[in-house]
Design a protein around this ligand. Structure first.
Ligand code: DGY
Length: 324
């Protein structure tokens, strides 16, 4: 019988990470990539000492009420932990960790990709070309919006937002506005040339592009309501790489159809992997399947970060990325 802690991994991980988890723990790896349901998550909590979960595993208060609970740690593969009810985890004395830092740069790269795709209509162009509908170069074909020099409003000013700001300001000459209830330090603002705004409304009214960088919390869910979208500049663009439920889809679709907003770039979706079908036919919406951190380098680093948290916990050392 192994004396190593028993760990369940809920999804396939990059092979080097799976090998490392198996070396260090008595690990049960996922053999396929199905999303775990409540019953499976409860069995994981009852049968294993720790769970290496991902952002799609919904540890609700009901799931965490599993009995008996053997697991003492959920090491989440992801920086967001909105899939885990923190209050319930704490009540059951389960430590929760995340994987910050290592996905910052790649996620910021994808935000810039979405901005470029949305304003320059690249998805639309590629669809036209692949469908054999391109009739050749002409001066009025697929005119988009100039990206260089736009005013970019960052909602939330954490690590990813600052990395986006650096790229947009220094690379694309954008003026950067930001709003975060927790004021960023003057040094952080200066690194991006960012001008803070005292209210979200002020930021929305001035920005050509609004990019969301806040976690999904009870306060931010549906934060981009009809009212807030109406406060955005006419002809502005919304970019969401944070969480789908921060945006009210009915309101966004209405704002896009009315022409108040010129376009949206969405990497995250409420109720993933379902995507609101109304978006599918909208040419001014760029839709990506939650791939902000999806590079080999980053996904390996996220795996090793989750592993480090498990190792520290079971070695009795301080856990580096403890959120609960
Ligand atoms: C996260 O880490 O929270 C992302 O959404 C997945 O990379």
């Amino acid at each position: 019988m192994s004396l190593k802690p028993r760990i369940l991994v809920t999804r396939r991980l990059p092979p080097v990470v799976e090998v490392a988890v198996q070396e260090r723990f008595d690990a049960t790896l996922a053999t396929d990539d199905h999303q775990f349901g409540s019953g499976e998550l409860q069995r994981a909590l009852s049968d294993f000492d720790g769970v290496l979960s991902t952002v799609t595993d919904r540890f609700t208060a009901e799931v965490l009420a599993a009995y008996p609970i053997r697991a003492r740690i959920i090491a989440n593969f992801g920086v967001g932990t909105d899939n885990i009810d923190g209050v319930a985890a704490e009540a059951h004395e389960i430590v929760v960790t995340n994987t910050p830092d290592v996905l910052t740069e790649c996620t910021a790269d994808l935000v810039l990709a979405l901005i470029l795709m949305t304003l320059r209509r690249t998805g639309e162009g590629e669809r036209e070309l692949r469908a054999g509908r391109w009739s050749g170069w002409r001066p009025t074909h697929l005119l988009g919006h100039r990206v260089t020099g736009c005013i970019l409003g960052l909602v939330g000013m954490g690590r990813i937002a600052r990395a986006v700001g650096r790229r947009a300001h220094h690379g694309f000459g954008m003026r950067i506005l930001c709003y975060d209830p927790v004021s960023p330090s003057p040094v952080e603002l200066a690194a991006v040339g960012a001008e803070p705004r005292a209210t979200l409304e002020a930021l929305l009214a001035e920005s050509d592009i609004v990019s969301l960088h806040c976690p999904s919390t009870p306060e931010t869910r549906r934060m981009m309501s009809g009212l807030r979208l109406a406060q955005m500049k006419p002809g502005a663009f919304l970019i969401n790489t944070a969480r789908g439920d921060i945006v009210d889809d009915d309101a966004l679709i209405a704002a896009l159809l009315s022409g108040h907003l010129a376009g949206a770039g969405l990497d995250v979706h409420h109720g993933e992997p379902r995507v609101d079908p109304r978006y599918l036919g909208m040419e001014n919406v760029v839709l990506l399947p939650h791939i902000g951190s999806a590079t080999r380098e980053t996904r390996e680093a996220m795996g090793f970060r989750a592993l480090e948290n498990l190792e520290a916990f079971f070695d009795g050392r301080p856990v580096p990325d403890r959120v609960v």
